[in-house]
Structure formats: structure tokens, C-alpha cells
Design a protein around this ligand. Sequence first.
Ligand code: COA
Length: 219
Amino acid sequence: MSKKIIILGGLGNGSVIANAIVDANKRGFDEWEFVGYLNDRQEKDSLIEGFQVLGKTIDASKFIKKGFYFINTIYRIDGQQERIELFESLKIPDSSLVIFIHPMTYVASNVKLSHGTVVMPNASISSGTSFGKCCLVMVGATIGHNNKIENYCHFAAQCCTSAYLNISDGVHVGLNATVRENLEIGKNSALGMGSVLLENIGENEIWAGNPAKFIRKVK
Ligand SMILES: CC(C)(COP(=O)(O)OP(=O)(O)OC[C@H]1O[C@@H](n2cnc3c(N)ncnc32)[C@H](O)[C@@H]1OP(=O)(O)O)[C@@H](O)C(=O)NCCC(=O)NCCS
């Protein structure tokens, strides 16, 4: 029987992941079934691209008891810490967080993926890399080898990271950004779209450009 998945979130990360689950089903992979969203901004029973809003995030406990599974997609560059705290306050057990790997991906056999992590179509993850919980590897992202990636990180479409990186909780790597090897990116920091990162980033910092420079602290 397929795992019934509820996505925390909505239009954006949530809806693109929902549609990737539907696409996997069409390709004959039926381990998962997307059933709807928990969303704090839209009314219960309203629709997001044809899928139902089942309630607010606070309603998660009700669905945990009924045996549903979850993916968290509520991430934002400014305010990431608050969003992580919101998610953690829901106390969704790891066993109720699915790992969704779209069938059109390359994930090396010794990669470690933790609960709630998503790997979207055309993404690739090279050998020896590990992820903490609830990381999102979006369409076409290329994650290199032997990286240590912690929890709640977001790798936007087409970004490219090299090797031996230490990436802390809540980091955002922007669309089509590139990260040189052997670097550290601190908690809740972000690298802007199209950037080329050559230096370590501290905590709660936004960097962008080629070569990437410090832009500001996160709000
Ligand atoms: C880096 C980022 C967070 C900055 O956003 P912001 O704080 O609103 O920044 P602003 O647009 O006010 O720009 C501030 C300065 O940074 C520069 N800048 C912003 N983003 C940049 C980028 N990606 N590359 C180079 N320079 C950038 C701007 O040109 C501006 O420079 P100036 O002060 O000399 O005029 C944002 O531009 C970005 O890249 N977000 C990530 C997008 C992404 O990955 N989306 C994926 C969604 S799934």
C-alpha cells in the first residue's frame, strides 16, 4: 500500500514537490501518494492546483495518529529559524517523515539521506555525502561528494556544490549557484542565485555575486 503524503506548505516548493510525486506515480512508482496540504495561509478545503488544503500545520497531530506521512517545505531565506521552530513544535516523529526520491535521479549508493528529505527529478548526489533531516534537493541540483549537510537545507534548482563541504542547519543554496570545495556555510545562511562561493560563510549571513561577497545579515 502506498504511503499517503501530506505536504506542509503550498504553492512553490510544496506544489512542485507534490507534482513530482504525481509524476513518479505516472511512471509506475507507487510507493507514495500525495493527498493534500497543511497550510496556515489558506482556508481548509480550498484547492492548490487541484489538491486540497486539509487544515493548518497545527492539525498535523491529527494526521500523524491516522498514519499519514509528511514532507516539510516551509522554508524562507529570511525567517528560516522561525520556520524551523514552527516545524519542530509540531513534533512529527521521524518515522512519519518520508524520504522521497524521484525515480529520475542519481543518488550514489553510499549517500545517507535522513527522514523528510526530498530529491527532485534530474538531481544528482555523489558518493559519501550525508544529509540531515528535511533537506530539499530541487530539480537539477548537483550535490558533490563527501559533503556533510545538516538539517533543513534547501538546494535550489540547478545549483552545484563541490566536495568536502560542511553545511549547517537551515542553509539555502540559490538557483544555479556554485560552491567551491572544502568550505563551511553557517547556520541559516544563504547563497544568492547564480553566485560563485569561494570563501566560508558564517551564521545568518547572505552572500551573493561572482565571487560571492557578504550582502547582509538575514532578517
Ligand atoms: C541574495 C538575495 C537573497 C538578496 O536578496 P535581497 O536582500 O532582496 O537583495 P536586493 O535585491 O535588495 O539586492 C541587494 C544587492 O545585492 C545584489 N544582489 C542580489 N542578489 C544577487 C545575486 N544573486 N547575485 C549578485 N548580486 C546580487 C543586488 O544587485 C544589490 O546590489 P547593489 O546594492 O549594489 O544594488 C536574492 O537576490 C537571491 O539571490 N535569492 C535567492 C533566489 C533563489 O535561489 N530562489 C530559489 C527559489 S526556489
